[in-house]
Design a protein around this ligand. Structure first.
Ligand SMILES: NC(=O)c1ccc[n+]([C@@H]2O[C@H](COP(=O)([O-])OP(=O)(O)OC[C@H]3O[C@@H](n4cnc5c(N)ncnc54)[C@H](OP(=O)(O)O)[C@@H]3O)[C@@H](O)[C@H]2O)c1
Length: 264
């Protein structure tokens, strides 16, 4: 056995939603670095998405391809699935990463913000997975199964009164993960979730943009690992889950939070 084969994603076809920035772009980069043949990244903003696809294509052997669209609507989910059916006969890896971190106290919560959070964070991963099931099944075997990853959050395991809709959507994703793993097991599709703690991304920019700020220093002090997560942290776990190394995992939620949840 060679360790590089264990973690190789040579030639794999991958889809990462929300791949223009943050965690999605980190996982897309990890897949390309591990030898993936084609990695499709999606987001609403076409320019940022195209720029990220060009940057990642230039850095590695495989192609990174931009597919723009809004996944908070079912039309957007169908449009993305339609584009992928036109381009590919099979997909090896689907990472449902696009999400929104809606906050706000209960008194100020609106049906619109609730729906928007649930639609993007919960409905779109479920129905995109359903719409791509035939492509995921197409090349999947007992020894080399297809992989679906959901991106949850440490907020699913902690109680914060200002992110109720967000944490509820993520808790639901975690509850669905083993159910879908069982439902898709015979199709040789393995389904797992990663539950990140605090990572550098656009979503958390407000907290880390001034690294010298007292509030940021205090936050790092509270996280047991004393740092935010970054590119290698989530790329490493995503590559493990999607290569031979992680092919026996299914229905799991992997906490990737530097111990964040242990302090609450
Ligand atoms: N950063 C953290 O500390 C952290 C912690 C726990 C969990 N997470 C989870 O990680 C995932 C990625 O978050 P991130 O922190 O990397 O945030 P980010 O940097 O803001 O990236 C979000 C990505 O999703 C895309 N997106 C947003 N709304 C979309 C929509 N309606 N349709 C399609 N794409 C959309 C964004 O592009 P456009 O805006 O151009 O559409 C972007 O590519 C989320 O599910 C989040 O809940 C993050």
């Amino acid at each position: 056995m060679k360790i590089e084969d264990l973690y190789s994603m040579k030639g794999k076809v991958c889809v990462v939603t929300g791949g223009s920035s943050g965690l999605g772009s980190y996982m897309a980069e990890g897949f390309l670095a591990a030898g993936a043949g084609r990695v499709y990244i999606t987001a609403r903003s076409g320019d940022a998405l195209k720029a990220k696809a060009a940057e990642l294509s230039a850095g590695y052997g495989g192609d990174c391809i931009a597919l723009a669209g809004d996944l908070s609507t079912l039309d957007g989910v169908e449009a993305l699935a339609g584009q992928l059916h036109e381009k590919e006969r099979h997909i090896d890896v689907l990472v449902n990463n696009a999400g929104v971190g809606t906050g706000g106290l209960f008194e100020r919560m609106t049906p619109q913000s609730w729906d928007m959070t649930m639609d993007l964070n919960l409905r779109s991963p479920v129905f995109l997975t359903q719409a791509l099931c035939d492509l995921l099944k197409a090349n999947a075997t007992v020894d080399d199964p297809a992989r679906v990853i959901f991106i949850s959050s440490v907020a699913a395991s902690e109680i914060f009164k200002h992110v109720m809709a967000y944490s509820t959507s993520k808790k639901a994703l975690e509850h669905m993960t083993p159910q879908l793993a069982l439902a898709l097991a015979d199709d040789h599709i393995r389904v797992n979730a990663i539950s990140p703690g605090r990572f550098y991304s656009e979503m958390t920019r407000g907290a880390w943009k001034d690294p010298e700020a007292e509030s940021f220093r205090q936050e790092l002090e509270r996280i047991p690992a004393h740092r935010y997560g970054g590119l290698e942290d989530i790329a490493g776990v995503a590559v493990m889950l999607c290569s031979r190394a992680g092919s026996y995992f299914t229905g799991e939620v992997l906490n990737l939070d530097g111990g964040h949840r242990l302090r609450h």
